[in-house]
Write a new protein. Structure first.
Length: 188
């Protein structure tokens, strides 16, 4: 059985969706959720789902504590789901090609520092883009520049607000992230 650990900083909708997707799976389970935000909604979701949840400070993420925890759990895949910290280089090297992220845009557009959540969707609307979407990619040393695993697009209507775009993109995230994870797991 493969072991997944989710890193999240926010409400945890993607994290909950992934946990539920693998609840009855013979392939994998989410064994822990780690956050750097002691007020994150993902903590309540983890508790309700019966998944171990840990809060680590930003220093603990950097100083090797996170890496030691992942190694102790014998983690096969690290899944970022709204995790708003840069992943330390040492962790990327230790888990080479075993850390993935989902980004709420079609990379390379709208990637990089500060481009997350509503900031991405606002930029899409302001630039009058006709499509947006999701990108699932491996994590490397640079924000949103790892090898792309999967992309899916959605149409943006000229009257869409950033909230409309956010809703459409969230639907793609919930539909595709768990199945892409499932696709990757057998090769780990």
């Amino acid at each position: 059985m493969k072991k997944i650990v989710i890193l999240a900083s926010g409400s945890g909708t993607n994290a909950e969706n992934i946990v539920r997707y693998f609840e009855e799976s013979d392939l994998a389970r989410v064994v822990a959720i780690v956050t750097n935000n002691p007020k994150a909604g993902v903590l309540d979701r983890a508790r309700k789902l019966g998944v171990q949840a840990t809060v680590l400070s930003n220093n603990e993420i950097e100083d090797g504590t996170l890496q030691a925890k992942l190694e102790a759990l014998r983690c096969d895949l690290v899944v970022l789901a709204g995790f708003l910290r840069k992943v330390p280089e040492a962790l990327i090297k230790a888990f080479d090609q075993r850390i993935i992220n989902i980004h709420p845009a079609l990379l390379p557009d709208y990637g990089g520092p500060g481009m997350y959540g509503k900031h991405v969707h606002q930029a899409v609307v302001e630039n009058e883009d006709e499509v947006s979407g999701i990108t699932i990619h491996y994590v490397n040393e640079d924000y949103d520049e790892g090898e792309i695993i999967f992309q899916e697009e959605v149409e943006v209507d000229f009257e869409d607000t950033w909230e409309d775009v956010e809703y459409k993109v969230r639907e793609l995230e919930l539909r595709h992230y768990p199945s892409v994870i499932e696709y990757l797991l057998p090769n780990l």
